[in-house]
Each structure stands twice: as C-alpha cells, then as structure tokens.
Design a protein around this ligand. Structure first.
Ligand code: SIN
Length: 299
C-alpha cells in the first residue's frame, strides 16, 4: 500500500509551469506571464518567483482569473497573513482579504476607498511591518486608478554621504492614526475606530534606514502616511528632516507607475518600496482585493 501524499508534498513536486519573467522598462518591476497561481507551483518555479521578487521588488502576475481562496493560498506561500485592523472592509468569509474599493452599495462603502492616499509601506506602524502585499484587480475604472511604486533602495543610494551618515543611526515613530482623522474629515464614510482597534495599532518605532533581511540592501524607511517624528530630535528639526526625506524618497527616477490590466495580481515588497494610489474619479468604479504577508522586525 502506498502512503497518500500530503497536499503540500503534491504542490512541491508538481509539474513545472512554463512562464516568463519580463522586467519593465522602469526603475523597478517585472511582469510574470504564463503562470497560473491557482495551480500547484513546484519548488523550482517558486524559487524563480521568489528570486524575481527580491530582484524587481514588484511583480505583476498577468491574467489571474482566480478565487479569493487561491489568492490567499498563493499569498501564504510567502508567510503568515495579516488581518487588517479595519475589519469593516474584510471580504465576507475571508478575513485575510481587505477590500480596496471606492464603490458604495446602498450608500455604504464596500471597501477602503482611500487606501494608499499617501505614500507608505504597508503596516510600518506595527512592530513587525509587512513583508509584502498582493493586490488583485476585480473591477477597474475606465480612467485613473494607477498605483505608483518608489524604490527605497535607490532612494537611499542617491543620498549624499553626509545625509546617509546623519540618518543611519536615527529611529522614527510610525502611527496608523497619524492621518486617520484627516482622511475621515475628507471621507466621512471612514469608520470611527473602536478602542479595541486603536489599541491594536499602538505606534511603533522603526529605523529610518532599514536593511532588507533577505538581500542585505539598505532602504529608506520613512513615509508621509505613517511617520510622525524622528525620535530624540526637536520637533522643528524632525519635521524639516522628514519633509526633506519624504520629497527625496519619491523622486520620479525611483518610481514605476502601474496601469492595471484586468485580472492583474500585483505583489510588491514592502521592505524595498513605498506605494501610492494615484486616485480614481468618483464617477468610476474600482475594486481590488488585498492580502498582506507578515514580515520581520526591521533592523
Ligand atoms: C494600498 O495602499 O494598499 C492600495 C493601493 C491602491 O489602491 O492602488
């Protein structure tokens, strides 16, 4: 009698899938063409994807006509998944998926319509920020709706040696609440946070320059959305330094602008990049599903 193979073993030993990885003509990013993430991915194919993610920082898996369960299963290959604090916008039955959408049904928002309104790296406000996020297009607008990605390794490398020496030892506070009320004033559909939600997102202190745990490359790690202050600096000096770093970190030569195609699944590395939603006209409908993979404590 032969012992039954576990589902994990059958996945690891699955037949290869033919697929191409094509770098974009941009500072970061590559598209993955021909892979079906809902089919078993063997260890060798997975290693190619993992390597490409480290090299290009954002991978666009084209034409993924897959279910939320497939999206979650593929995301889990990279690590445990975060459950977003805004449980109001979890996909029903799938708390691992945050709905990012400007659509309202019966006057109520079905998702987080202004996710990505400011440059940020996901979950930097927690002790363990995210490794990466996977955003899957469900419904795309006829105009607008692009997502921008800025390479924070390039941003670090482009700083003068004097500025690098100045900021290398510094640490900064990141807070989920930093812009929450400002966003709620603009978008009153944003839910008022309960005390339990506020407690879940207590501020975290992170290095201003982090080292990627897998590649060893340094990256700037401050963002307009979540970074509130440099620890130990007077407010005026901290504000001025952060303003300078925010402006520097998103210079056009570090940025790839993603124009979404139907069924794109975009997987970015939050340890290497910041991202921004460019915005969607109110007259257009946009809906995407996001999973977020947990990362390590930055150093
Ligand atoms: C996000 O910041 O996770 C959403 C980005 C987008 O909607 O383009």
């Amino acid at each position: 009698m032969t012992a039954a193979l576990s589902p994990e073993a059958t996945t690891r030993d699955a037949p290869p899938q033919p697929f191409d990885i094509r770098p974009f003509d941009a500072p970061v990013g590559a598209e993955v063409v021909g892979l079906d993430i809902s089919k078993p991915i063997n260890d060798a194919d997975f290693a190619r994807i993992h390597r490409a993610h480290l090299d290009h920082h954002v991978l666009v898996f084209r034409d993924q006509q897959v279910s939320p369960a497939d999206h979650i299963a593929f995301s889990r290959r990279f690590g445990p998944l975060e459950i977003h604090v805004l449980h109001q916008f979890h996909l029903e039955g799938y708390p691992e998926i945050l709905i990012v959408s400007n659509i309202k049904e019966n006057g109520e928002p079905i998702g987080l319509g202004d996710a990505g309104a400011y440059w940020h790296s996901d979950i930097s406000y927690k002790e363990k920020p995210s490794l990466g996020s996977l955003l899957h297009a469900q419904e795309l607008p006829g105009e607008g709706g692009d997502t921008l990605f800025a390479d924070q390794h390039l941003a670090w490398e482009a700083l003068s040696p004097e500025m690098q020496a100045r900021i290398l030892p510094l640490r900064a506070e990141h807070s989920y609440l930093a812009k929450y009320e400002e966003l709620r004033a603009k978008n009153p559909w944003r839910p008022k946070l309960s005390q339990a939600q506020i407690d879940e997102v207590a501020p975290a202190v992170q290095p201003v320059v982090r080292t990627h745990p897998e590649t060893g490359r340094k990256a700037l790690f401050v963002s307009e959305h979540f970074t509130t202050r440099i620890v130990g600096l007077p407010k005026e000096e901290s504000d001025a330094l952060l303003a300078e770093l925010f402006a520097h970190s998103v210079r056009p030569e570090f940025v790839y602008r993603h124009h979404w195609a139907p069924h794109d699944l975009v997987f970015w590395d939050n340890r290497s990049l910041m991202h921004l939603a460019a915005g969607t006209p109110d007259s257009e409908r946009r809906k995407l599903y996001r999973t977020t993979v947990e990362g390590d404590v930055p150093f």
